[in-house]
Design a protein around this ligand. Structure first.
Ligand code: ADP
Ligand code: ADP
Length: 222
């Protein structure tokens, strides 16, 4: 299955994708993680993309689309991908469809994880990332067992510089500007589902799995 998780910064996409990709055995492809990994490795993509990420702007489609589609086509994604943070623009959504069609795949389901703004702010500003593998924690909602350390790989936890102040505000503005077109695109294809993300991590996971299983059942019948 190829599934898209759509949601504002802090909605819980990464947290849920980490769990669901293991349960469903499909590859988690997170565009933000790809950029952050590129920054650590100082790749050519990083040199071009960093200034956009630092300002909370979208990285231009001509850089983002090939970077993400490359991962969707990897052998690890053969059984499907769980896309987190991509597509964020209509052009990205169309490019994704074209590429999947070319390799005889298609998006089965696009899920919008809806969370009120005050909660998005609480989640984003308290978020902690692990340096080695981008595992996600929260200083209050999901504290690490040992302060400042990832319990999965032992690496140091850090707060993303784009998770505060004006940069975070800019990311919200851009997200809400762009998302309507993306949601309409999948709604027209009858692939859009909405899930209330303002619940516990376990409850959201259960609702997402429910939507995914319903979609599988529909496809088996068709
Ligand atoms: P969040 O998880 O809070 O939604 P991400 O980690 O997905 O944020 O994204 C961090 C930054 O990476 C964005 O602010 C943007 O600069 C860049 N980025 C991530 N995904 C995309 C995308 N699909 N298109 C353009 N830029 C992106
Ligand atoms: P996104 O990838 O959509 O930007 P994350 O998965 O990184 O969002 O989650 C943002 C922050 O909120 C993280 O610190 C995470 O631990 C926390 N979080 C995620 N889901 C929930 C939830 N359902 N309830 C409370 N906190 C959550």
């Amino acid at each position: 299955m190829d599934i898209i998780l759509i949601g504002a910064p802090g909605a819980g996409k990464g947290t849920q994708a980490e769990r669901l990709s293991q349960i469903l055995r499909i590859q988690h492809v997170a565009s933000g993680d790809l950029f952050r990994k590129a920054f650590q490795e100082q790749t050519e993509l990083a040199l071009k993309a960093q200034r956009y990420v630092d300002l909370g702007e979208l990285v231009p489609d001509e850089m983002t689309i090939p970077a993400v589609l490359g991962h969707v086509e990897e052998p690890e994604s053969l059984h499907g991908a769980l896309l987190d943070g991509f597509p964020r623009t209509l052009a990205q959504a169309k490019a994704l469809d074209e590429e999947l069609q070319r390799i005889h795949r298609q998006i089965d389901l696009a899920i919008y994880l809806k969370v009120p703004l005050e909660e998005l702010l609480r989640r984003s500003t308290g978020r902690l990332f692990c340096y080695a593998n981008q595992h996600v924690y929260h200083d209050t909602f999901r504290p690490p067992p040992v302060a400042g350390r990832c319990d999965l790989d032992g690496s140091t936890l850090y707060q993303r510089p784009d998770d505060t102040g004006e940069v975070l505000r800019r990311r919200f503005v851009i997200f809400f500007n762009e998302v309507t077109q993306v949601l309409d695109y999948y709604r027209e294809q009858l692939k859009l589902r909405e899930v209330d993300g303002n619940q516990s991590i376990d409850q959201v996971q259960a609702m997402l799995l429910n939507e995914i299983n319903n979609s599988r059942r529909r496809e088996t019948k068709a």
